[in-house]
Design a binder for this molecule. Structure first.
Ligand code: ADP
Ligand code: ASP
Ligand code: MG
Length: 440
């Protein structure tokens, strides 16, 4: 069995869905389990809708979401009634939200869940039309249970056995909603933006899949984001550790949580291009992959806030770090990059919520500086473990191009060098490093 996950652009129009279904049909021998994202841009629309419920724009957004799906259904000549119930339910949710003026995280997740619920029905219907016995499933119908961390839910341990039991019994090709799950109490959750990759990996791990395929709109994992460097190269193979660092530090092609379930079960992950299905893509595997290049790729993550905490008063006394981490833990914040000295700590967060309260508590024992609009740049490669001089080369390239570096960190695994720059310099930093390490 294999998992085939198709992202938003791969189901973004009637043509793309036709193409995706043909790719699935040509892989039936491998017993595929299909996981789909919402139609491209629909999740953004649903979030807008949830936030706009009390304004005139809501009707417009609702109409747009309806029209996008209707157009696809019309062009594919599928039954016009396919999504009638979903549209009715979505309209009702919008009305209720307006009435109750309540768009908390739980409601936001409920809104967002419609995208995958609708796309999975369309893909299953198109597959049936071309002669593939297929059926759409909301992930929870197959046992995808999560905790109740709305907006960032994690699958429960019991989900794995449940998914396995239910999927093994199926005699159709299941088209499963990515990105969403349900709590044991029956409330809909989402796994965080881009989370369908994670869904695919969880389902893959649950059924001990032979391979987890992530079908997207580029040829694989590349030496950097091709939107920043159009000549970026496709990487033939990368290790779980490299892929994990790249995904974590901004390579959007893979959701950062995708790697762990695959790694635990040692299931290869392949990133493939639905626009170029004959391409080899990138294979992500357990072991370090030999390559000529020491540096494999460069990632970049925007919208980062840098927090510098300084407490000279605590010089020589213990407990400084513990106090800091206690506060971040209390506000359930995950720190991306950190760099420390005896009395100061610099760290970054990718979300600003609660930042004022956090700073207030930190100021009780230290001085704090906040800088917004920062970006993380990360240079990754297994070969860096044994190589000297790479930090020098990286930072000299930055210096020569007048790019100011605000903080530096290197993980214990020594397969990355990570640093923070002003967001206005981020694209340039990536371009300069790509030229430095790949020659273009
Ligand atoms: P999908 O909708 O299929 O999930 P995403 O938009 O989430 O696709 O991810 C694919 C995009 O990731 C690409 O179009 C590309 O711009 C971006 N990307 C960022 N870094 C990389 C990288 N290192 N390799 C490939 N793509 C990358
Ligand atoms: N549809 C969701 C999003 O746009 C999940 C995904 O595409 O992976 O974030
Ligand atoms: Mg994605």
């Amino acid at each position: 069995m294999i998992i085939m996950k198709f992202g938003g652009t791969s189901v973004g129009s009637a043509d793309r869905i036709r193409n995706t279904c043909n790719i699935i049909k040509s892989n039936l021998k491998r017993k595929p389990i299909i996981v789909v994202s919402a139609v491209a841009k629909i999740t953004d629309g649903l979030i807008r809708l949830a936030k706009e419920c009390s304004t005139d724009h809501a009707a417009e957004t609702l109409k747009l979401i309806g029209e996008t799906h209707d157009k696809i259904i019309g062009e594919l000549r599928l039954d016009r009634r396919l999504l009638e119930q979903d549209f009715r339910d979505l309209r009702q949710l919008a009305d209720e939200t307006l009435k109750n003026r309540n768009n908390d995280e739980k409601t936001m997740d409920h809104f967002q869940s419609f995208g995958e619920q609708m796309s999975s029905k369309i893909v299953a219907a198109q597959l049936s039309k071309i002669g593939v016995k297929a059926k759409s499933f909301d992930s929870w119908e197959l046992g995808f249970l999560t905790d109740s961390e709305f907006g960032n839910a994690e699958p429960l341990d019991v989900a794995y056995a449940s998914l396995k039991g239910k999927i093994k019994k199926l005699s159709v090709v299941p088209v499963v909603t990515g990105f969403i799950g349900k709590t044991e109490e029956g409330e809909i959750t989402t796994l965080g933006r881009g989370g369908s990759d994670f869904s695919a990996a969880v389902i893959g791990a649950a059924i001990d899949a032979e391979e987890i395929q992530i079908w997207t709109d580029v040829d694989g994992m590349m030496s950097t984001d091709p939107k920043i460097v159009p000549r970026a190269r496709t990487l033939y193979a990368v290790s779980f550790a490299e892929a994990s660092e790249l995904a974590y530090f901004g390579a959007k092609v893979l959701h950062p949580k995708t790697i762990l379930p695959a790694m635990k079960k040692n299931i290869p992950v392949r990133v493939l291009n639905s626009f170029n299905p004959k391409g080899k893509g990138t294979t992500i595997v357990n072991k370090a992959v030999k390559s000529k290049e020491t540096v494999k790729a460069i990632a970049c993550k925007n919208n980062t806030t840098l927090i510098s905490v300084d407490s000279s008063r605590m010089l020589g006394s213990h407990g400084f770090m513990a106090r800091i981490f206690y506060i971040f833990d209390k506000f359930r914040k995950s720190i991306d990059v950190i760099s420390t000295s005896e009395v100061s700590v610099s760290l970054t967060l990718d979300d600003d919520e609660d930042i004022d309260d956090i700073v207030k508590e930190l100021r009780e024992f230290s001085s704090v500086e906040i800088s917004k609009n920062k970006s993380i740049v990360c240079v990754v490669g297994e070969g860096m473990r044994h190589m000297t001089g790479l930090a020098g080369r990286t930072f000299t390239a930055m210096g020569k191009n007048n790019i100011n570096i605000e903080m530096i960190s290197q993980g214990a695994s020594e397969i990355n060098i990570t640093f923070i720059v002003d967001s206005k310099d981020a694209a340039k930093a990536v371009q300069v490093l790509h030229r430095e390490y790949f020659g273009d």
